[in-house]
Design a protein. Structure first.
Length: 256
């Protein structure tokens, strides 16, 4: 069995100490609603690749061919990915919360609504649609293992992962559980909350905690926009993002 595959017990073999939200999109044995297992070792998801030498070597050992960074330019500039031998890095920026809005957040309610707006933007924002279309097309055309990531591996990565699992036919309960699994790791969250306390004051930590977790309501905000504008996620991929039906079929074939 090659690195990144899952065994009969369903646990994942590859974990990274320096990227705690790195995982195989196929999960610990995810299956489609009609019982077909997803193919492990094909697509990986992660938080920012601030990797130790050992973890960079482990990723290289997976045979990664492409890395897709969904962060905005200021995020890339602040924490550039560590180079992984054999992998080509692509920048496909998807907007998060604007920095001026982040600094101005005063209550948890404001933070919660800001996150819902970000998720609705995954469906509506022109740059987000262009980057996500490019990503799905490149994933569909891939011939080897690929990885996509953002800063925490939570929102932009979480939305892409949920979309891919849905296109593959995974049931909604599993999709939501996979999305919320981000909350089981806290390295990135603790790092950024410490930065909030240092630069904005400890009283701001409670405000920002709500934007540092995966929340079912955030995912639902994007899903509601998909249903209102496109009916379902497959139609969103084709009509909303502009990915051809042939490329969607090729992507599903890679996943299943």
């Amino acid at each position: 069995m090659s690195p990144g595959e899952t065994g009969d017990l369903g646990h994942e073999l590859v974990r990274l100490a320096s990227a705690d939200n790195f995982r195989d999109l196929a999960g610990p044995g995810h299956r489609t609603a009609d019982g077909h297992p997803l193919r492990p070792g094909v697509l990986y998801r992660s938080n920012e690749l601030q990797l130790s030498d050992a973890d960079a070597h482990r990723l290289a050992g997976l045979g990664l061919g492409e890395i897709f960074d969904l962060r905005e330019q200021h995020e890339v500039d602040a924490h550039p990915d560590i180079e992984v031998a054999g992998a080509t890095w692509h920048h496909l920026p998807v907007p998060g919360i604007p920095m001026d809005q982040v600094v101005a957040l005063a209550t948890r309610e404001e933070a919660d609504e800001a996150m819902r707006a970000v998720y609705r933007g995954f469906v509506d924002d022109e740059l987000a649609r262009a980057s996500l279309a490019d990503l799905l097309t490149r994933l569909a055309a891939g011939t080897g293992p690929q990885i996509f990531h953002c800063t925490a591996g939570k929102d932009r990565t979480g939305w892409v992962s949920a979309l891919l699992l849905r296109l593959a036919g995974v049931d909604e309960e599993t999709v939501l559980a996979d999305y919320l699994r981000t909350n089981e790791v806290n390295g990135t969250r603790e790092k950024y909350l410490a930065m909030v306390a240092e630069h904005l004051g400890p009283e701001k930590v409670a405000v920002y905690e709500s934007i540092m977790v995966a929340e079912a309501g955030y995912l639902a905000a994007a899903d509601e926009r998909v249903r209102a504008e496109h009916g379902d996620h497959a139609t969103y991929a084709v009509e909303g993002l502009g990915v051809s039906r042939e490329m969607v079929a090729a992507l599903v074939a890679r996943l299943r």
